[in-house]
Design a protein around this ligand. Structure first.
Ligand SMILES: Nc1nc2c(c(=O)[nH]1)N[C@H]1C(S)=C(S)[C@@H](COP(=O)(O)O)O[C@H]1N2
Ligand SMILES: [Mo]
Length: 301
């Protein structure tokens, strides 16, 4: 399908030092990915887009299975074996199975999605992901009518993951979405960045990206996807329910108990970088606000 969700960034949102991918290359890539027929306004937005540089995206990570320091994942995640890779899809689906990732990829259409990414810690970046819509994968497995939520699980390999000997979180890392959130066309499974295979520190070989939610919802290195009728447990909520809710939609008006979420620090701006206002639903309000119509977003944080 046309990549109409790519983004709606303007020059104001651009990260200053992130101009290494020139616009011609970006547009050539976009055309190659089937964006030729994209609506004029979306194309205009695409032209003003400047993702963060590769180094920002791949050297400053949260992946606690490899340590809690921002540089730990880049240093240690190389040890993770990502081939072969199997994803168990089970629960309320017509075709529960252990799916080989290569078989999944043969059936999926890989697109480029340039998304804002906002960590709950109040830093942010812009990432040119390559991936496919989660809805396509769920439809492949056949979602049964009673399913209401999707649960996700990260691989757990103590031999390859030095961080899991510390009980920072209850391993394996688990996350969840409501089914309508999971089926939303903005929700993708990312398998690449800048047209290259996604690096291990970013969640190889396949990780979730939900751009309107805080980054911790975007669970990495997924080995299991379960359709269920109950709200699934999520790692950060289990660790501290007062600070991290199930929904975790980016919301400048709902503070974290220990800091404001009204502003954020875009990566790549240096130590004394300016802070910029955080946008409702991380800038995707037009696309996703209707999912939460009538909900109290303070109570459902
Ligand atoms: N399995 C797993 N997934 C995870 C995390 C983690 O520690 N383990 N960290 C989360 C957090 S807090 C963020 S901000 C993003 C960071 O993604 P990035 O390193 O690609 O920027 O991954 C999320 N997914
Ligand atoms: Mo995060």
């Amino acid at each position: 399908m046309a990549n109409r969700w790519t983004n709606t960034l303007t020059e104001r949102d651009v990260t200053p030092e992130a101009a290494f991918l020139n616009r011609r290359q970006l547009m050539a890539g976009a055309a190659g990915l089937g964006l030729v027929g994209m609506a004029g306004t979306a194309r205009a937005a695409q032209e003003t887009l400047e993702p963060n540089v590769w180094e920002d995206i791949t050297q400053y990570n949260n992946y606690y299975e490899f340590g809690t320091g921002k540089e730990d994942p880049a240093e240690y995640a190389g040890a993770l074996t990502t081939k072969p890779w199997t994803v168990k899809i089970d629960g309320m689906v017509d075709k529960p199975a252990d799916y080989a990732l290569e078989d999944i990829l043969k059936a999926m259409t890989i697109e480029e999605r340039i998304y804002r990414f906002r960590c709950v810690e109040a830093w942010s970046m812009v990432v040119p992901w390559n991936g496919f819509e989660l809805a396509d994968l769920l439809n492949m497995a056949g979602v049964q009518s009673g399913a209401k939520y999707v649960a996700f699980e990260t691989v757990l390999r103590p031999d390859e993951m030095p961080g899991v000997r510390y009980p920072v979180l209850d391993w394996p890392y688990v996350e969840g979405l409501r089914l309508d959130e999971a089926m939303h066309p903005l929700t993708i499974m990312a398998t690449g960045i800048y047209g290259k295979d996604i690096p291990n520190q970013n969640g190889a070989p396949m990780r979730l990206v939900v751009p309107w939610k805080y980054g911790f919802k975007s669970i990495k290195s997924i080995v299991r996807i379960t359709l269920t009728d109950k709200e699934p447990p999520t790692s950060w909520n289990k660790a501290n329910a007062r600070e991290y809710g199930f929904y975790s939609n980016v919301n400048p008006e709902v503070s974290h108990p220990r800091w404001s979420q009204a502003t954020e620090r875009p990566l790549g701006g240096g130590l004394f970088a300016r802070r910029v206002p955080t946008l409702m639903f991380n800038g995707y309000e037009d696309e996703v606000a209707s999912l939460y119509a009538g909900m109290d977003l303070k109570a459902n944080y």
